[in-house]
Design a protein around this ligand. Structure first.
Ligand code: FES
Ligand SMILES: [Fe+2]
Length: 371
């Protein structure tokens, strides 16, 4: 399954830029393979986003500039306000009106947690509520906002997949001699998943400074949550009471590329030096994931018969069910699906069949089977 084959995924919000990166010039971003522009009409103004194409002659608005609160197209100088309406056409007679159809195609944009989020469809939910990221007593640290050559599905699957830690992260927090997870149950509520699991984590030198644990190994508990299909929250609890809430989002730039955004909230009031050190370790850990994920096929199997599963994979099995349910809603997939591998371009060429028929659909709210 490619992300473009499941239009329901366009009904969620995704981080497309850091707030502080949207300053006095418009910025380009891509979502689901399409080009958009985001801009801020003034220093304290709300952000706006639209399809990156001028309604006049398709000039790239992201190559334009901001002047007197208007977004100016670089091609013939048409000006647009924050709602996308054209407010000035320099070539027309001044006393003639601007036609109302002269407007850019706006999309939804909002700022939260120091990030600009966009939704290009009809949103089925709000920008996700991530309580610790803005609650008093917690310190928010931005760690990663990078483009990776990996699909959003693979990225979030990896975030849910605790059993890879001891191997992929053997250079940092993992130890292949301790691969076992505690028993756990995956709870499902609509498209949300939750589970709690404990495991042995290695404590490298940098982590000793970060969490104040001096033993070689520690038992770490992760309270994991799939908040939205491409938004993961993991509350990591250490034996000494420190809580490290890790948020990882994957923005589907296209079928094979994603923005990886990661930020954390800490309950131990880390000073600026320790914040740098916390971000440094998490970036080392994410680089280990990146080495693996950028080499994996971005086509994500949601057919449960396509892969081999173990008891330790219950959360990622359930993730496949969540995506299969979303695919069933409005999918471009076809029954004779060539192993779910049709790209959007191919879908546009072919008929839309009985989308996703034959997939098992678990009841919403049901708990994943523990077997
Ligand atoms: S293409 Fe934008 S003003 Fe002409
Ligand atoms: Fe990892």
């Amino acid at each position: 399954m490619f992300v473009s084959e499941v239009p329901a995924l366009q009904e969620f919000w995704y981080p497309v830029a850091r707030s502080d990166a949207v300053g006095d010039a418009p910025r380009h971003f891509r979502l689901f393979g399409d080009d958009y522009v985001v801009w801020r009409p003034g220093p304290d103004a709300d952000v706006h986003a639209a399809v990156d194409e001028c309604p006049h002659r398709a000039g790239r608005l992201s190559q334009g500039w901001i002047e007197d609160g208007a977004l100016v197209c670089p091609y013939h100088g048409w000006r647009f306000d924050g709602t996308g309406r054209c407010v000035e056409i320099p070539q027309k007679e001044p006393d003639l009106p601007v036609p109302p159809r002269a407007r850019v195609k706006s999309v939804l944009a909002e700022e939260r947690y120091g990030l600009v989020w966009a939704c290009v469809g009809m949103p089925r939910a709000h920008v996700p509520d991530l309580p610790e990221a803005e609650a008093p007593g917690w310190t928010l640290i931005h760690e990663i906002f990078d483009v990776w050559s990996a699909s959003a599905t693979r990225l979030i699957d990896n975030a849910l997949d605790v059993s890879h830690l001891s191997f992929v992260h053997k250079g940092t927090i993992g130890d292949p001699k301790h691969p076992k997870l505690s028993d756990f149950r995956v709870e499902r509520d609509g498209y949300r998943l939750r589970f709690t699991v404990s495991y042995t984590s290695r404590v490298p030198e940098i982590q000793r400074r970060n969490v104040g644990i001096t033993t070689e190994h520690t038992t770490r508990t992760t309270h994991a949550e799939l908040v939205q299909p491409f938004v993961f929250r993991g509350l990591l609890e250490y034996e000494n009471g420190i809580k490290h809430v890790l948020y990882r989002t994957a923005t589907p730039v296209d079928d094979r590329t994603s923005i990886v955004c990661q930020f954390v909230a800490r309950n131990d009031d880390p000073d600026p030096d320790r914040q740098v050190s916390i971000a440094e370790l998490d970036r080392m850990v994410q680089n280990e994931d990146r080495q693996i994920l950028e080499r994996i096929d971005p086509d994500f199997p949601i057919d449960l018969n396509a892969e081999f599963h173990t008891r330790a994979d219950r959360m990622t099995v359930e993730y496949r069910r969540v995506l299969a349910d979303l695919a069933q809603e409005t999918s471009l997939l076809r029954r004779e699906d060539r192993r779910w591998s049709m790209t959007r371009e191919e879908a546009a060429r072919g008929p839309i069949g009985d989308a996703g028929a034959g997939l098992a659909r678990p009841e919403a709210g049901a708990e994943a089977r523990g077997d």
